[in-house]
Design a protein around this ligand. Structure first.
Ligand code: FAD
Length: 493
């Protein structure tokens, strides 16, 4: 009788290199069923958005090729992961299921249901790390609490950090002849067809493990040394753009850490960039830790006082923001970069989020949902934690009253308007001094640049100074309402 297979259940670990679950399965010597399940039910309202689905299609294609080159085949199935996995295990009489851990609340709950099932069925269910540098259970304050502030979290993580050396990809992934046919990749319906809006994404990205490694190499060689100084500049390619690759697990943070350290050791002056890069990777760890311990993070304010904030829902303003038509060039450029490429520079993400939340008083959850659908790196932990950070409602968040001035931000971080001109070409001929505030340009300047405000480019949706005052008043109202409630509760009049 043939040896029972081990199922390697691929999730957000779409790689063959440095994949502990795959390496452990290969080490058993058993034949392997390499499986991916598209499950749109388990994540509930956080089912993957459009841009992520495009990425997933491309990434699965790359993984399937890497697996085929190693003598096996990627089996694609669709449905509730729990049912599909249990069904396949029974049907194939599998000896074990190996996978990488995931940290979203729905994924954690799914893993514990599967563990209970497989334990009672006498089938090994083994989960491996790799998606994070440290497991979220491991980093605690001296009193055993979860860190809610980034800097001590960073110090604690750094101090005890031992990242296992990345595991090379197995040369061979032994197959079994009894793998069901499964679905063709196209049958997962992940690509946009009518209309095909993914042209900009195709130009900008190479999903898959090889693309991830190429991106890391290029960053280490060309940008890491200046990363600390240039990472806030959207007009310069000064960051790694590894976020979608990290999200889909095409590369591990451990691999990034090891490689960055090696390069920094041999590159004069790269220490500062290396350290700053690690700190950003650890913001990712911090977000994951928050989500792991506070499951409501994507839906509810971490600081409950923000439940009483006087948001103003406005469908028209939301649409203008989504379409990059607010009349503030740096905001519009960011929103158009997002639409065209599935990505937005971090500094600009902060600017557009501040504009939505504070200038327009629209709830942060609306922005979070739009990002979820349009980002190729849409990530439940990073997205939720970052939106809450800007909103002032998160753990260790920016204080609410720090309100970005979109004109000043544009002038500081895109001083020549290179980024704005790229994504708002209708403003391309404006002189630098007006590029971030076209409404302040004298009429002859606008005329000669071919800009007609309200026609070729929108007039500003709000007056920023008034909007700022309105946001601060709303914040004070929230505080006053809470103080009144507390006074009422304690009987003080
Ligand atoms: P780099 O500067 O090269 O950083 C390296 C890696 O560190 C990134 O790839 C990312 O994995 C991690 N990282 C960097 N900054 C952060 C951060 N502030 N928080 C958490 N991790 C970070 N990031 C996502 O991956 N998915 C999201 O859905 C997401 N939504 C965001 C929403 C808002 C409103 C804001 C302000 C930020 C959001 N971020 C999100 C964080 C950050 O903007 C992106 O991770 C970063 O821009 C990715 O570009 P990069 O890979 O070039 O980053």
């Amino acid at each position: 009788m043939s040896q029972p297979p081990v199922i390697v259940w691929f999730r957000n670990d779409l790689r063959v290199g440095d994949n502990r679950a795959l390496a452990a399965a290969v080490a058993t010597g058993a034949p392997i069923v390499a499986l991916y399940i598209l499950d749109d039910e388990c994540p509930g309202r956080w089912r993957m958005g459009g841009a992520s689905r495009w990425w997933l299609h491309m990434s699965l294609a790359a993984l399937a090729k890497d697996i085929a080159e190693r003598g096996n085949r990627l089996l694609l199935l669709r449905g509730q992961a729990e049912k599909v996995l249990i069904g396949l295990t029974q049907e194939r009489k599998a000896a074990a299921v190996f996978c990488s851990r995931a940290y979203e609340p729905h994924a954690v709950a799914l893993e514990s249901r599967l563990k209970a099932h497989f334990d009672s069925a006498g089938i090994a269910f083994k989960r491996y790390g790799g998606a994070l540098l440290r497991e979220p259970e491991d980093i605690r304050t001296k009193s055993g609490d979860v860190y809610k502030v980034y800097t001590p979290f960073w110090r604690a993580l750094r101090q005890g950090l031992v990242v296992p050396a990345p595991k090379p990809a197995p040369r061979n992934i032994p197959a079994t002849s009894r793998i069901p046919k499964g679905l063709a990749l196209e049958e997962l319906d992940l690509l946009p067809l009518k209309p095909d809006w993914a042209g900009g994404l195709r130009d900008a990205w190479t999903p898959g493990e090889a693309g991830a490694n190429a991106r890391l190499n290029s960053f280490l060689k060309n940008a890491m040394a200046d990363y600390a100084d240039l990472r806030n500049r959207p007009d310069i390619e000064g960051t790694s753009r590894l976020s979608p690759h990290l999200h889909f697990g095409e590369i591990t943070p451990g691999m990034c850490w090891h490689r960055a350290r090696q390069v920094a050791a041999h590159m004069h002056g790269a220490d500062k960039g290396y350290e700053t890069f690690l700190k950003e990777l650890v913001w990712r760890e911090f977000s994951y830790t928050l989500l792991f311990h506070w499951n409501d993070l994507p839906d509810k304010p971490f600081r409950s006082e923000f439940m009483h904030f006087g948001w103003k829902k406005n469908a028209q303003d939301l649409k203008s923001w989504q379409n990059g038509l607010t009349g503030f060039p740096i905001v519009d450029a960011g929103m158009r970069e997002l639409w065209q490429t599935g990505y937005m520079h971090n500094r600009v993400r902060m600017i557009v989020a501040s504009f939505l939340i504070k200038d327009l008083l629209i709830p942060w959850q609306e922005g979070e949902a739009w990002f979820w659908d349009t980002l190729v790196d849409a990530d439940l932990a990073n997205n939720a934690a970052s939106w809450q950070w800007v909103a002032g409602s998160g753990a260790d968040a920016a204080p609410y009253f720090r309100i970005f001035n979109p004109v000043r931000q544009g002038e500081t971080f895109d001083p020549k308007g290179v980024y704005v001109r790229r994504f708002c070409p209708e403003l391309a001929n404006l002189p630098d001094e007006y590029i971030h505030a076209p409404w302040s340009a004298p009429p002859p300047v606008l005329r000669s640049a071919g800009v007609i405000l309200g026609k070729t480019y929108p007039k500003p949706l709000v007056d920023h100074d008034n909007a700022r005052a309105r946001a601060l008043a709303a914040y004070e109202d929230m505080r006053a309402a809470i103080a009144n409630r507390n006074a009422g509760a304690s009987g003080v009049s």
